[in-house]
Design a binder for this molecule. Sequence first.
Ligand SMILES: [Zn+2]
Length: 490
Amino acid sequence: MATATPAAEGILAQYESVIGLEVHCQLLTATKIFCGCRNHFGDEPNTNVCPVCLGLPGALPVLSRESVTLAMRAALSTHCTVQPVSIFARKNYFYPDLPKGYQISQYERPLATAGHIEIPRDGGFFKVRLNRIHMEEDAGKLVHEGFGWSREKSGVDFNRGGVPLIEIVTEPDLRSSQEAHDYLTALKAVLLYAEVSDCNMEEGSLRCDANVSVRRRGTEPFGTRVEIKNLNSFRNVARAIDHEIVRQVRVIESGGALVQETRLYNADRDETISMRSKEEAHDYRYFPEPDLPPLTVSSSWIDEVRRSLPEMPAAKRERFVSAYGVPDYDAGVLTLSRDVADYFETVAKASGNAKAASNWVMTDVLRKLKDDDRALSACPVKPEQLAEMIGLIDKGTISGKIAKDVFEKMWTTGDAPGAIVEREGLLQVSDEGALQAAVDEVVAASAPQVAQYKGGKDNIGWFVGQVMRKTGGKANPQIVNSLLKKKLDE
Ligand SMILES: [Zn+2]
């Protein structure tokens, strides 16, 4: 889009994109969904397999209770209604990584329906509607590289076959690639809070397909929908959607017709290529899985799961705004991860200064973590130490400027701020006698600026900066300010 000419951008602006996302998410269970095999990424190929997940004749699936519990956690965390009865179905298709010739999924009667995820829109928050969440088993994986024989043939690793998945399907509520990105960010936060999945996209725990169509602004009917697969990062989801929007508008503007199809995104070339005409549900010959009874969940089980859920990001965000007076945007950033939210809240409570806590966490802590590529759990500055440092600023023991240096030293040494201040002699100088000399010197050496001040220019901040520099940042700026005023107004 960035390279589009102004004329092309004008044409694009006449169209609105309509986007729906389907997210597959692997559940963090100990075992697979229908057998006792280990559910673990990265093991030697074909070591976590048994007759059930290899689809050997006569082997029967047994639904794991843990899978259902985690799927319900996802459903309740996204405000879905968990259905008391849902039905597993066979989705029939051939693929080498699917030894049974069908995947056990849910079709007409999914586990959960009608939920939502909140994303930012127009300065507020908008509820992206979820159509459904259903349970299914993952397929195996074709292995095309990494072995001595990889040039001649492909292998099949069945370790992933039978790993429990949920598929989370939105209504076509998203209107831009940015909103798709925001939705995925918010959904991932919820799934991590609920401890349903590790959401590791590189390992395939979270996978996304996008349904994209365009229509002229102001018109109601949806355009022809294209499904894009092979989106392995949030960034690529956004890029692929942008690319697809441009492609569809081009086809329409040149008088062509779009076909309903599935396209694959190639991130290296930033383009989508046609993979196949879009299959219809009837192509799969769905029918109820005869080897599994209907899944029934009691209201007491649902209640038990609901009670075990932590506070979700949206609720936490609202609480941070009302309880701590944190701005909406900041509260959104602070609650994206549970660890960061907990860290902030510990600092806010211990320091009694939520605004400072939010500023320090949002800027310094998150920036340093990013620079060092560290997780918050490995943060060298403990929340109690940051709270102590905020206390030192609030009490006037150190200046805000020195605090930045103290923070750097806390980061590298892990020492407490009080100890660093004492060791390095960083105490803030509030003694008027001690500061007067510096003020006098600065004023004496700044005749042009003094003349400007006398002429009515409000340049007191410049003088304060000079005195701060002279004192190595240790002067109390309020006292410097009042001393300067007195001196300059003499
Ligand atoms: Zn198995």
